[in-house]
Design a protein around this ligand. Sequence first.
Ligand SMILES: *Cc1c(COP(=O)(O)O)cnc(C)c1O
Length: 868
Amino acid sequence: MEPSLFPLRELPPGLEDLALLATDLRWTWSHGGDALWETLDPQAWKLTENPYVVLQNISRERLQALAEDSEFQLRLRRLISARNAYCEQPGWVGETYPESPVRGIAYFSMEFGLGEALPLYAGGLGVLAGDYLKAASDLGLPLVGVGLLYQEGYFRQTVDTDGWQRETYHYNDPTSIPVRPVSGRDGAWMHVDIRLPCRDVRFRIWQAQVGRVSLYLLDSNDPLNQPGDRGITSKLYGGGQEQRLVQEIALGICGWRLIDALGLEVDTCHLNEGHAAFATIERTRRYMEKTGLDFWEALWATRIGNVFTTHTPVAAGFDRYDTDLLLRYSREYAESLGVEPAALGALGRKDPDDHDEPFNMAYLAMRTCGRSNGVSRLHGEVSRRIFADLYPRWPRAQVPVTHITNGIHVPSWDSPWADAEWTQMAGKERWRSDIAGLDTSVLENVSDAALWVVNGRERADLVDYARTRLARQLAQHDSGEDFSVVSAQILDPNVLTLGFARRFAAYKRPDLLLHDIERFTRLLTNPERPVQIIVAGKAHPADEAGKRAIQRWLQFVQRPAVRAHAVFLEDYDIALAQQLVQGVDVWINTPRRPWEACGTSGMKVLVNGGLNVSSLDGWWAEAYSPEVGWALGDGSEHDGPDDRRRADAADAERLYELLEQEVVPLFYERDSGGVPRRWIQRMRTSMSSLTPQYSTNRMVREYMENLYMPAAAGLAARTRERGKLARELRRWSRQLERHWHEVHIGDVYTRQTPDGWIFQVPVYLGGVAPDAVDVQLFADAPAPAQQPFCVSMQNRANIEGALNSYLYTLAVETRRPAVDFTSRVVAYHAAAQVPAESALIVWHSGEVNIQSIQTETSEDATVGSEPC
Ligand SMILES: *Cc1c(COP(=O)(O)O)cnc(C)c1O
């Protein structure tokens, strides 16, 4: 361990390595050390399951005794060598891509949800980022995380006797969370500085360890800062517009400076959501400093190394800043870049010339990243729609946003029972090895009865946990009842258990299940086939409607008739989520399509044998099939309050119907041995076909192969020889922009061949060189799910008597009518991403002239095959 300004505490000789284990958040998913920590202090372990806290609170005498205990020493050494082995194995990257061009990835995120020991998250975005770091460690990606250390994380929830949510904020006391200050070469605490209007602010650097991955965190609560600035990182998503802007400046600009300060080699910069988009500008500035290139050349050099993942399904969800506010904060900075502040502002606007348009962080990210993606197939489509305005006249399908569907870090969410069963079936390396190599048919070797036993244990654990937690809740309200008696009568380990837990945001329709309270009550309390539900979730502090939905649930669970069948557990967090997803039979999710960009909570039940009932939105829209679960809604979308109300009513109706007629009967259909054969069949299919697919294991590999590797290779090419290629690209794009208005397409002719059509397209290029453009034949996709037809026209001849003008010819084999096809000219450079980096496009505007002569051969034209 590197010398630290912040010693955990002094440990007796022989036990120093305990500090190494306690500060490595690998313990949030790898449970080999649990028994050891429990030995240290059973009480503190039981309360926190946090080795860091255990170690801090143990007495010197106890430590001394353990230091002299040879058996304890042996256990400790075994754990250390297991950790070393984990850290030293090459991982998937080392094995598959020993020559990978990716030297370093910086993963920027406003939130990180690694576990309750380090609560720097509000919801799904943060949990995803946490799971991402864990998987990057497992797979051996050369990745570091960059984020902010908030003095207060997201609020903690209690609910008062009226069912109204109360918020409290914990202080993230840095002495009790597993982070340590990073010291510089001179021994002082490392910090990065930034000039904000009329003052300098410094951010201290902290480090958390996540297996092999480091997470670096910035915080402004430094006594050397002015009082107001010490509060910049006080709260996650707290404060107004200005604080939010300054936080994003800190994350992006200071985050990139941190990488420089630490001397990390990073070629790939990944923005997890647009919050950190300023990092791309700072990266550009640094490259200018190193090479002497101007801003635009440096942007051409570095942009290709940036990746943007958007998580927002509606344009209103983007962070936007008023022009005046942005200007105040960017004026000096723009000067250091050698550009006008207005030019910087234009990068965040749809219409660069409209100075009243607010500055949009997602637009900035789109414009300064070479590659962008949404987080599910459906969200990819939705994102192409919301970003379409940035690529005027481009077909929707070619708006440059791909998708990589999210996944979850399986070892963080599986139950001890499921873990044991999977280990036996598929070995210890299963969540780290290639998913194609993970033969889930091994699941077929496990008997129905064995799976059912696993399920029963998981459910019993959850019931125990929920009762304990409920007793604590009741005690806190001092309701006068004997809470331990009350809670013992609640829930039943043999009853079909539904889980519903999420942020209580309107689009998730958190009270859809309460649409018809009497009907839902009948469903729960059916004496033959009873059902129980565990509900949890927080509403944003300013969201009255969300709080009312919580109140409705609280009033519902207090009805005497359903009391034993329904509980609301306060303070939904990662720890509670883990218990829930391990023990429920059915996970319910009811978002309003297409508002759930992906959703991950439903993925967490897969490994444990839980089944999903969900709207056809986010990941479920691509994962659902009747063999693995149940779908709500028909995949249509509804706008306007009346339309929505009708759709909500219909969805509620369908949800009750599904539960009453399909889910509940299937669960209670038992064979003579009491085993629900058909239920288990579904469980088996869901477990084996979906678990590997919706894991971070699959997801992180896709990021590596589809985005990071090309990004790093592109960066290497563009930055060689002091950015030679980047400078060329800049010249190319300037030339195009200057002369693009001169480009046009003349009268297009076509004639039929036995196999299709030959098109002749005259193109007048004005001042644009012919090799700087691509002339393409285009047709819309024949069906919604298919790709458009798009072929590059390679064959060209000079048009006599006209300067820089060419007749492009192409034969296509097709049965589609000629009028389906049109031609266009777009920017082209072998090294450029089009349209991400240049969206210039000219379409043929007239009708195609169809000539009546049939042509026997297509010898005079190349047959189009190269897709563009
Ligand atoms: C997984 C998880 C989420 C994300 O859940 P969704 O239902 O996909 O939004 C949010 N909060 C916590 C605590 C989680 O564990």
